[in-house]
Design a protein around this ligand. Structure first.
Ligand code: 9MR
Ligand code: ZN
Length: 521
């Protein structure tokens, strides 16, 4: 069969598709409207790739630039129809960022896709409670934010990599995003914010509530039920939810997010930006007072752990504090931490290793105050990791940027577009854009399954994500625009609701997708 990026290509993009076990030695590209053949070419010798146990040939039709709809034909086999146009990634960017809005907790949401209206009533308006050892409970406001994933919990650490990637999306591509209309409910208090930032602010408003109110700067690790709910709508999930104790990783991520918020929101709301920075400073002080890693207490909770070593989180916090204030103490903190790390840039990263976020901020803001040698070393590392990603996309028979598989690796695949863009900003080269398009292609059909990994978008998309809203509502198609986690090997992904480790949706993976699609728009 023929596997191709079902979202299509912009005219000047590299255009590569994959043919498994080709039945002929030539291919043609057919203009769908007239059935006219516009390109014919030879298929290269197929290459055997062991992880998929297949012989696959890649065909390159980059020279096709004329806008229109086409399909590829090899012998009698046809690919799905794809489009060439400057705008091919536009609606997917909208749908994937609108998906963040549809994840809102604490208020009713609704959004339309393919003629269907997806909606739920206000949920979790009783958030939340603090349980004390003596059995007493105290109510504390924790309403708002996004649900984490297919479950309805809210976790500070996972908010970290999500908000970090979304702010980077804004910082790198705001020229393309400032007019993005997410069809948000009207909200007078934020009327002057662009929609993209309004949506991030919804999470930041909630994050303030995760900070302890005693002035200590500690930040609760999560706010969830004690166990996961069944497949019910969020407004039916009425069991009590509790704040857990703090963790140093959550506190460091909070510092970084609040510092980013203060910087990016300042031009729209000075007072709010000041309160973000003030909150960040209090929690940064807490980190100084607690130099050792502090884990949260999972206790009776069986909801997500997101337990993670905090050194990468502290690195990111220092970097963002420096960017937000320009103060040397933060730069020193960052550079000291950085110089202690042998490989400062990660190829495959997610909520458990956010050091890249700190590194990217640092390296994109060249400044005299930085240590020249360290800066040079880090810049080289950013470029060499990006080059490794490029080379992976060229070697994999389905253009995948990474040769590992794990829980949620589709999110990492999407997030690697950040490594590529940062390298491209430091040392512009078309190969980074080609590799980014290859990632889009892989996630939207050019893969072992020949299917899109994003609900409601692209060819034969997932129909049974592990998503409580999608399972519990009466609409056949799942809530749209969500990337699913993916296989743990090259061939074991299943589109099954029960398989949370293969087919869940999650905010951290989604933010990678938003960055990816913004970068090609
Ligand atoms: O994304 C997380 C993955 O990296 C972990 O291996 C896995 C097991 O701890 O948890 C994943 O996160 C889940 C979280 O714990 C709870 N909400 C759903 C998340 C996505 O599956
Ligand atoms: Zn909710």
């Amino acid at each position: 069969s023929i596997k191709v990026n079902s979202l299509g290509f912009r005219p000047n993009d590299a255009k590569i598709a994959s043919v498994t076990q080709p039945a002929a030695s030539t291919f043609s590209i057919v203009y769908n409207q007239t059935q006219e053949i516009v390109i014919e070419g030879n298929i290269n010798q197929p290459v055997y790739q062991s992880d998929v146990n297949e012989k696959v040939a890649r065909i390159n039709f980059t020279k096709l630039k004329q806008p229109g709809k086409y399909y590829i034909k090899v012998g009698d086999v046809k690919s799905s129809v794809f489009e060439i146009s400057e705008d091919v990634y536009k609606s997917s960017l909208y749908t994937s960022m609108r998906a963040m809005y549809l994840w809102r907790c604490g208020e009713a949401v609704e959004g339309e896709h393919n003629g269907q209206m997806y909606k739920h009533a206000a949920c979790h308006t009783d958030d939340g409670y603090i349980a004390y050892e003596d059995g007493k409970e105290q109510k504390k406001d924790g309403v708002g934010g996004w649900h984490d994933a297919g479950d309805y919990g809210k976790y500070t650490v996972n908010a970290g990599v999500t908000v970090g990637a979304l702010f980077l999306t804004w910082e790198h591509f705001n020229d393309k995003l400032s007019n993005l209309d997410l069809q948000l409910p009207s909200d007078e208090s934020n009327a002057h914010f662009p929609d993209f930032l309004k949506e991030i602010k919804y999470e930041i408003d909630w994050l303030f509530k995760m900070q302890y109110t005693d002035g200590s700067g500690r930040v609760s690790h999560k706010l969830t039920r004690k166990n996961f709910s069944g497949f019910i709508m969020p407004e039916e999930d009425n069991e009590k939810r509790y704040f857990t104790t703090w963790s140093s990783a959550a506190t460091a991520d909070f510092v970084a997010m609040m510092a980013m918020a203060s910087r990016n929101f300042r031009q729209y709301d000075e007072t709010y930006a000041d309160s973000c920075l003030a909150a960040a400073k209090v929690s940064y002080q807490c980190l100084l007072e607690h130099p050792m890693h502090v884990k949260f207490e999972q206790g009776e909770f069986s909801t997500g752990g997101y337990q993670t070593d905090d050194s990468d989180d502290r690195l990111w916090a220092a970097s963002e504090m420096w960017l937000a204030t320009g103060e040397k103490q933060y730069l020193d903190d960052f550079e000291q931490r950085l110089s202690a790390i042998e490989n400062p840039v990660e190829l495959n990263w997610d909520w458990g290793n956010v050091g890249n976020l700190g590194v990217f901020g640092y390296v994109l803001h060249a400044d005299e105050a930085q240590n020249e040698e360290l800066y040079r070393k880090v810049k080289e590392a950013v470029i060499s990791i990006a080059d490794a990603i490029v080379s992976n996309t060229q070697q994999d028979v389905y253009g995948r940027p990474m040769d590992k598989y794990f829980w949620g690796c589709n999110g990492t695949v999407a997030r690697q577009s950040i490594n590529l863009s940062v390298a491209n900003l430091l040392k512009p080269d078309k190969k980074y854009i080609d590799a980014t398009v290859s990632i889009v292609g892989h996630l939207f059909g050019c893969n072992y399954y020949g299917r899109s990994f994003v609900t409601g978008l692209g060819v034969n998309p997932p129909m049974f994500p592990h998503s409580r809203r999608s399972a519990a509502d009466s609409i056949e198609a799942p809530w749209p625009g969500y990337i699913v986690g993916g296989g743990h090997t090259a061939t074991d992904w299943v589109d099954k609701e029960a398989s949370y480790s293969h087919n869940e949706i999650a905010i951290n993976w989604q933010a990678g997708l938003v960055y990816l699609l913004a970068s090609v728009n």
